[in-house]
Design a protein around this ligand. Structure first.
Ligand code: BDR
Ligand code: CA
Length: 300
């Protein structure tokens, strides 16, 4: 098993990603750290607890950054609903959050684990990870990998012409993480838009007797409704877990990336140096095989 921390802003697709992780024996989930993003920090933190309760799992939830490093926060309640989970029913959390300082908890966790043995799977704005790098650099160097959903390389963005939500929500944090020298893998819209569920596939999940699958089907239905339909919806955040579970699903390239940190409508867009760099970026995915792995785990 691999020790991981999930850093997340649940979030419809975050919830599916967390359920995938909970259903995968490969992961030893040390904790879930939360960040403001899709919705405010109190709601993302509570949602992490609700998702764990659905699976009757006791994993510490530690609340993290309520605002980006240096700009006003934004949210995506127009996609994820005011409750962050599209109005889908979940049980109440089994326990109160284990703390309210995710950055300090991450530093302590990394200090007490073997160096290189803990990965962060980041599903939201990178505020907590950037603060770990800035405030606890020696602890941050003890990380294994950081695998983060975010950005758009050749694809158009989803909140600006070329800007993707997680990076746009805190471009300064993303820049800190990309320059940190850590082992970073980025999972951009270029691949996450190719891992898609249809109405029929959502219905198949919903009609199963397995709670994680049933609720994931309901979450995908809610996503169809908030985004105005279409034939299929992309499943962004689960791609982070899928990449760690089976690296052969993805083709990665090493790129140098800098982040647009202006206050314009395309802040958070990425500038790529094609001559190469140190950030591993997932550029291609076998979408059918990725979706099959996700569904097999949710239904298992
Ligand atoms: C990302 O933004 C959020 O709304 C989703 O949860 C995902 O992490 C997609 O751009
Ligand atoms: Ca997310």
């Amino acid at each position: 098993t691999r020790k991981i921390v999930i850093d997340t802003d649940p979030g419809i697709d975050d919830a599916v990603a967390i359920l995938l992780a909970l259903k995968s024996v490969e992961f030893d989930i040390l904790g879930i750290t939360t960040v403001a993003g899709n919705i405010g920090i109190q709601t993302t933190t509570r949602n992490a607890g609700r998702i764990l309760a659905l699976q009757d799992r006791h994993v510490p939830v530690i609340a993290g950054a309520a605002v980006p490093l240096s700009r006003p926060g934004r949210n995506a309640s127009y996609v994820h609903g005011n409750d962050g989970l599209g109005g889908v029913a979940f049980p109440a959390p089994l326990a109160a959050p284990a703390g309210d300082d995710a950055v300090a908890w991450l530093a302590e966790t990394l200090e007490s684990a073997e160096a290189g043995s803990v990965d962060i799977l980041a599903l939201g704005p990178l505020t907590n990870v950037a603060r770990l790098v800035q405030e606890h650099p020696a602890s941050a160097r003890r990380l294994g990998r950081v695998i983060a959903m975010g950005g758009a390389i050749h694809e158009p963005g989803n909140v600006g012409p070329r800007a993707e939500f997680n990076i746009a929500a805190d471009p300064e944090a993303a820049e800190v993480v990309f320059r940190s020298g850590l082992d970073v893998t980025l999972v951009p819209l270029d691949v996450t838009r190719k891992v898609r569920a249809t109405h029929a596939q959502a219905a198949e999940l919903r009609s199963s007797g397995v709670a994680a699958a049933k609720v994931s089907g309901e979450l995908i239905d809610a996503y169809f409704q908030s985004t105005g339909g279409g034939e299929s919806r992309p499943l962004h955040d689960p791609c982070v877990m899928l990449l760690v579970l089976d690296a052969t699903l993805f083709t990665c390239e090493l790129l140098k990336i800098s982040v647009d940190r202006t206050m314009t409508g395309d802040a958070g867009s990425l500038d790529i140096d094609a001559s190469g760099g140190a950030i591993s970026v997932a550029m291609k995915v076998d979408g059918d095989r990725a979706l099959k792995l996700l569904f097999d785990r949710l239904l298992g």
